[in-house]
Design a protein around this ligand. Sequence first.
Ligand code: CAA
Length: 345
Amino acid sequence: MFASRQAAPTLFRSTSRHCHGPVLLKACAASFSTASTGNRHGIIPRAACVNLHQQAPSSTTNPHANTSLRMHHGESSLKESYDHILVETRFPSDPSAKGGGVGLITLHRPKALNALCDALFDDLIHAVMAFDHDEDIGCIVITGSTKAFAAGADISEMSKQEFANVYKKNMFSQWADITKTSKPIIAAVNGFALGGGCELAMMCDILLAGSKAQFGQPEINLGVIPGAGGTQRLIRAVGKSKAMEMVLTGNRISAQEAMDAGLVSKVIDSEILVDEAVKMGFTIAEKSGMAVRMAKEAVNVAEEVSLSEGLRFERRMFHALFATKDQKEGMSAFLEKRKPEFTNE
Ligand code: CAA
């Protein structure tokens, strides 16, 4: 359904506008064509796509081209390349689309089934924060490979640790940075989402499962328990009995079971999962960024506070949105029977 830009995309534009450095159009073209044939997600290894935005006629395909260099000058811009993830920015292909783009992050440590070593998580947090600060991005998608979203925290890294060390460094506390973004994150889970992989997915705002996805908290088999939210977020998603069963037996559940239990919101054919997640990201990105952020905040507050406090918080957020231009635009557009043009103000 989706393809790289060279393969005449119909539903999205994929841009390498975050890549810069010496001119190397050939390398970029090669990487695009590899993406269109060998990589069905059109993922462009960032190290290989250098300066394409200065060479390609991006202004004809990308209305955001003028802003392509902007985020490199800020502290919170994407890095030139990452060791353990791939990053890509996609925009809707319809040139009249007013919405923002989607930041797609692919965990990429294939030999270890995307085991979440410290370096991978550092990369992930960096890219998530960069997308969160990028004005052109309205939603973030995190995915892995077809075999593994992530097979958990890195066991070889953990196996050498002692109590004093893990306690003093408050091991895994930094993972929660993922939950501090103001923009929604969609987890597109194919294959194994085990231990920390399942916990990472649960830190996201929407979970979509590929038909062959498997979820589990197998830490009990290693003589430990989940340490990044598995005992806390899972019970909120699937209830006590199912959460206990998963945490105490270490047994995995299928995508359909995860759907039936309320852990994921959709099961999608694994071949098209990522594209569908990006499409959902576009739908979110075309809304008012103000309303989207406040909606995310309000829904997440529900997990932390009493109902009356949550209702109060929701109402205050609702009131606050009347101070935005987007509320005026959204309601005027409805009454004038036209599409709203939100400016995220
Ligand atoms: N850490 C480090 N390496 C891992 C890993 C992990 N969590 N999971 C898989 N790997 C590595 C394997 O060691 C193997 O490496 P080598 O080829 O060098 O031997 C490679 O990935 C492929 O794995 P398998 O050969 O085991 O692949 P498989 O298809 O036979 O099995 C699997 C797949 C069922 C996911 C199995 O790899 C497995 O059970 N992995 C561990 C899952 C796990 O226990 N996760 C929880 C970790 S603890 C945690 O996450 C704590 C927390 O709360 C944050």
